[in-house]
Ligand binder design. Structure first.
Ligand SMILES: Nc1nc2c(c(=O)[nH]1)N[C@@H](CN(C=O)c1ccc(C(=O)N[C@@H](CCC(=O)O)C(=O)O)cc1)CN2
Ligand SMILES: [Mg+2]
Length: 292
């Protein structure tokens, strides 16, 4: 039986935000510029509203300006594109984030493609996706970046380790695979159609659940001693009424098998916003250096 240790993403993210606040203060002193992050929320999705509120609060706590734009669910594609273009042209805005998911029928890819790649702090623009995949400096998606930071903190070098990423989304699975490749892992992207998925998972020294299905990854899919990163945030009904959050990994079953595991909540989630703040400072630094 393995002793399973928790990876405390919440504490790691708090330390990171404190360090960032110091870096932001030094940047403001040096340049006279306060980094600004614009967050666009379209519609009334309650979870998105909470994430946007948290992003705004943590941006201000880090010493940066937060600019929130809320559009009604009835906003048209043209309305959203016009707002993004206005933010592209605003020199006080160094980072732009459009909260996902966007209401139907707005075309998220068209909106993301309109963001200035230099201000694309989510790293979702095809220019940043392409730069990451060919090994150039890029703004990198926040959740995958947070996962790799937690892994390196827990394991040191990741070189040569077998990583299995369950999930192939543009937001997490694909960019995370790229980042793990950059760390010299041997990477497999698996998904809901992968044959013999439990066997594929059992190969992993690093197993990532990013598929969005509550507790799909079972304890006996985990190689003893493996490091498990659970990106899933699924709200499920509780037996006695009410709801609770669970990940993509059956957390209780992983105890005594995984070497290390991130909890849900308190694992990867808080890293997403900490990395967003880091990307905003990076974007501001580059824009100021470029004279913009
Ligand atoms: N434009 C973007 N949209 C979305 C992203 C993103 O990175 N960019 N990611 C998710 C939502 N998200 C940030 O936007 C996000 C999700 C979860 C957390 C978090 O801290 N979760 C907590 C639990 C929160 C709860 O109680 O519900 C945790 O895991 O501990 C932060 C940010 C989709 N959209
Ligand atoms: Mg799938």
């Amino acid at each position: 039986m393995v002793e399973t240790r928790l990876i405390d993403g919440k504490a790691f993210a708090e330390r990171m935000r404190l360090r960032l606040a110091d870096e932001v203060a030094a940047f403001v002193t040096d340049t006279g510029v306060t980094p600004g992050l614009a967050v666009v929320l379209v519609g009334e999705d309650p979870a998105s509203a909470v994430y946007v509120r948290n992003k705004g609060r943590q941006t201000v706590e880090a010493g940066m300006n937060s600019i929130e734009h809320k559009l009604p669910a009835t906003a048209t594609q043209a309305d959203v594109l016009a707002l993004v273009r206005q933010l592209n042209d605003d020199p006080a805005v160094h980072g732009i984030l459009v909260q996902l998911p966007l209401p139907v029928p707005i075309d998220a890819q068209a909106v993301l493609a309109t963001i200035d790649p230099a201000k694309d702090v989510d790293g979702f623009h095809v220019v940043n996706v392409g730069r990451l995949s060919v090994g150039l400096d890029a703004l990198v998606p926040c959740t995958p970046l947070g996962c790799v930071m937690l892994l390196k903190d827990a394991l040191g070098s990741l070189a040569g380790l077998e990583a299995v990423v369950v999930g192939r989304s543009n937001i997490v699975g694909k960019p995370l695979a790229q980042l793990l490749l950059r760390e010299d892992c041997t990477v497999t992207i698996a998904h809901s159609r992968t044959r013999d998925l439990p066997d594929v998972c059992r190969r992993a020294d690093i197993l990532i659940g990013a598929v969005g299905r509550p507790e799909m990854i079972r304890g006996d899919w985990i190689k003893p001693g493996a490091t498990v990163i659970d990106v899933g945030i699924n709200r499920v009904e509780k037996a006695g009424g009410g709801t609770r959050l669970v990940g993509d990994v059956a957390f209780d079953e992983a105890q005594g098998i995984a070497g290390r595991i991130t909890p849900v909540p308190g694992g990867v989630g808080p890293m997403t916003i900490a990395c967003l703040l880091q990307n905003t400072l990076t974007a501001a630094r580059r824009q100021v250096a470029a004279g913009g």
